[in-house]
Design a protein. Sequence first.
Length: 368
Amino acid sequence: MNNYFIILAAGKGKRFSSKIPKQHTLYKNKPLFLHSIDTAIKSKLFKKIILVLDKVNSFKKNKNVDVIKGGNERYLSSKKALQYIKNKKVNNVFIHDAARPNFSINLLKNLKKNLNKNKAVVPYINTQSSTKYKYTSKVINLKRERVLLTQTPQCFDFKTLYNLSKKNKTLVTDEATLFLNNNKKIKFIKGEESNIKITKKIDLNNSRAKTFYGIGFDIHRLVKNKKLYLGGVKVPFHSGLKAHSDGDVIIHCIIDALLGALRKKDIGFFYPSNKNLFKNIRSQKMLGPVILLLKNNNFSINNLDINLICEKPKVSKYRNKIINSLSNLMQINKNIINLKGKTVEKLGLIGKENAIACEAIVSISKYE
């Protein structure tokens, strides 16, 4: 089936009260809207994701995601997205608010399954509060088991939704409202309590995190006739680091710190020095699987602090390049990486410029 996933992220978020647009606010260490993109991609249910933003240049589109400019109201952004995909032979379309970052792949699969026999499927949860309805001056009680708090993503037969949206001229808060206003049948299914909507800043604190720390250390001798790599950056120097791999002491140290935080032994266990498979390997290729291990276990990196210990080369000259390199390799914001240069006052092997050492501490979190 030709399924498309539309993420609405063009809103102003006035109730959020922030200079930074809500959808770009960091949540669990990455922009709010990115959570929806990542979950949709991991589900492997969609041919394409359509991201609707206020400013299209605020996200670099890729093979999975097309970016379009939204409207002044939510329903106008939705209408523009539907218009954008109308000639793409779409069967089903999912509409989702970026302000709900915690929906699961299981919910997506359940929605899709129920759409096989329905034109519209919408998730809901029940309220736990006593509910009243005020009509003019009269207030009446509502049975809370009959009150449905609807969520997104909501999914629809594309043709039906497109035709309703095309005719609509009034403000609606979601596509389910559009169906109900036109007396169209909706299949309501159980949603997820964790699929909260981020409306105010206090909502950002509703997720509990388990945080772990790891410490890494590495040291290598300097030898002639070898290239020097630090943090994935080739540094002009008269010597390189002796090692089974390229000897990138910063990346080796980070790998050990991450494995420590994950409680997964050490770098030597995964990359033994007696294996020819890893001889002269670039260290960044060793880092990639560790980052994947981190993601597959639903961890994110909070902070990375690095001490590079050497007399020469001077760290300050290459600090920004190394931080940018690590940011790209680890797929994290460069603002959570700190790199410091330390000397040993001419003492020992390092003081005689015969070796370079590195130590790092990292914190990682898993959110519930």
